[in-house]
Design a protein around this ligand. Structure first.
Ligand code: SAH
Length: 215
């Protein structure tokens, strides 16, 4: 098992300052980012770059999200300790770990078996206990619904209806929507009532595609 050291902590503190300069001001999110050893969620060959505010390749041709993106999505969820959040796209486990550090109850789905197998074990080893599922995130996790927040960490061509249906009234879906070969728009959709949803946009981002079971 690789280690977390005071040097890594120093780099994390610097990363938090970079995120503040970029406009992140949610203290719960910044505190969580200052605690999660991002280098342990990355391949050791990229370890030296782990505290740069950049996305990096991980196994199965996927990416670990950029810290700024993780911060924005975690903030937009508007959740607090004890809330239930569903994440679509476990990937490296970094976003899930940040949410766990915020005291959120995390449910996470991954469709790549290799990543699911690796990351569900890693998260346990690092002391986090999200409910992890191997499967298609387009379906959400109906058994554990409804959720206070749902965060999609892959680019969706459209907003999946099943995910809207699994939100609590007052809950938010944070999802990048758009074509995969372009930038995507970050949407934050709030369930106002059983049938009403409101939508806000929060800038452009770039994600790997959200794929369905057939692809
Ligand atoms: N949250 C991750 C980001 C990983 S990249 C992190 O912090 O590192 C996005 C992930 O979404 C990839 O691992 C990809 O395999 C996964 N993914 C894509 N489509 C999916 C789907 N339909 N269901 C579940 N996971 C999906």
């Amino acid at each position: 098992m690789r280690k977390d050291t005071p040097k890594h902590q120093g780099l994390r503190n610097q990363l938090v300052e970079v995120l503040r300069e970029k406009g992140v001001n949610n203290e719960a999110v910044l505190t969580a980012i200052s605690k999660v050893p991002r280098h342990l969620y990355m391949d050791s060959s990229f370890e030296q770059y782990a505290y740069r505010d950049q996305a990096f390749p991980i196994r199965a041709n996927q990416t670990i999200s950029q810290p700024y993106t993780v911060a924005v999505q975690s903030d937009l969820l508007g959740v607090s300790e004890g809330d239930k959040v569903l994440e679509i796209g476990t990937g490296s486990g970094y976003q899930a770990a940040v949410l766990c550090e915020m005291g959120v109850k995390v449910f996470t789905v991954e469709r790549q078996k290799e990543l699911f197998d690796h990351t569900s074990v890693l998260l346990q080893q690092l002391g986090y206990k999200p409910t992890a599922k191997f499967g298609d995130g387009y379906k959400g996790m109906p058994t554990f619904a409804p959720f206070d927040g749902i965060v999609v960490t892959a680019a969706a061509p459209e907003i999946p209806k099943a995910l809207l249906a699994q939100l609590k009234v007052g809950g938010r879906l944070v999802i990048p929507v758009g074509a995969v070969d372009a930038v995507q728009t970050m949407y934050c959709i709030t369930r106002k009532s059983e049938k009403q949803f409101s939508r806000a946009v929060h800038g452009d981002f770039r994600f790997v595609p959200m794929l369905s079971d057939k692809e």
